[in-house]
Ligand binder design. Structure first.
Ligand SMILES: Nc1nc2c(ncn2[C@@H]2O[C@H](COP(=O)(O)OP(=O)(O)OP(=O)(O)O)[C@@H](O)[C@H]2O)c(=O)[nH]1
Ligand SMILES: [Mg+2]
Length: 202
């Protein structure tokens, strides 16, 4: 899709009050801090540093919006806590992202990233539950750190556990990038399946 090569930074929101006005359909990227959300956005859009990445977990603290021409947007969520993070911070995340999800009629779906080496952590499960009925695609990130055998095993395990599309993904080697682009293009061009988009599922 041509729009994928026309991405531009649009806006950054630190509170529910300053979300940019809704426009074209939005695809959001969610997952634990440091799992590779911003790197995945860059890889899918074929850019090096459009979304800021960092070795320090928790780099992205705001909801960042990227315009893909005028036909779609990518939305980079802040990282979803660590096990050690204070409850207050998690509540802040849930209130910011929760307000976005509840108010955004143009949210098409959420790409959830889980670390391929240790997916389905309690935080991942909490995130999946939090997102409720929104359409999701799960990317098993940093797949380059696993052998082929390990990759096959984790893909099978996570696919069996979650009733959604799951793919192996690496921003480093670009494994799964093309496939992911195709899937997201389909989200943008095909109408959502019935009940895939339940507003405010909680
Ligand atoms: N080996 C490997 N490293 C990756 C991959 N994707 C991201 N990383 C590294 O993981 C670290 C975190 O990447 P980010 O893309 O900033 O992660 P994030 O999920 O956006 O992090 P927060 O914004 O802090 O929540 C960086 O050091 C990246 O270089 C990958 O596919 N393979
Ligand atoms: Mg980030």
């Amino acid at each position: 899709m041509k729009a994928f090569s026309q991405a531009m930074f649009l806006a950054s929101s630190g509170s529910a009050a300053d979300l940019p006005p809704a426009g074209p359909p939005e695809i959001a990227f969610a997952g634990r801090s440091n799992v590779g959300k911003s790197s995945a956005i860059n890889a899918i859009l074929g850019r090096k540093r459009l979304a800021f990445t960092s070795k320090t977990p928790g780099r992205t603290q705001t909801i960042n919006f990227f315009a893909l021409g005028d036909s779609a947007r990518f939305v980079d969520f802040p990282g979803y806590g660590f096990a050690r993070v204070p409850k207050a911070l998690r509540a802040q995340w849930e209130s910011l992202v929760g307000a976005y999800i509840a108010s955004r009629d143009t949210l098409l779906g959420v790409v959830i990233l889980m670390d391929a080496r240790h997916p389905l952590t309690p935080l991942d499960e909490r995130l999946v539950n939090f997102l409720g009925g929104v359409r999701t695609l799960v990317l098993l990130s940093k797949a380059d750190k696993l052998t082929r055998t390990e990759q096959a095993a984790v893909l099978k395990k996570v696919s069996a556990a979650l009733g959604t599309e799951v793919r192996l993904f690496s921003s480093l080697t670009h494994q799964g990038v093309e496939d992911c682009r195709d899937l997201l293009e389909r989200w943008l061009t095909e109408p959502p399946p019935q009940a895939a988009r339940i507003k405010n599922p909680r």
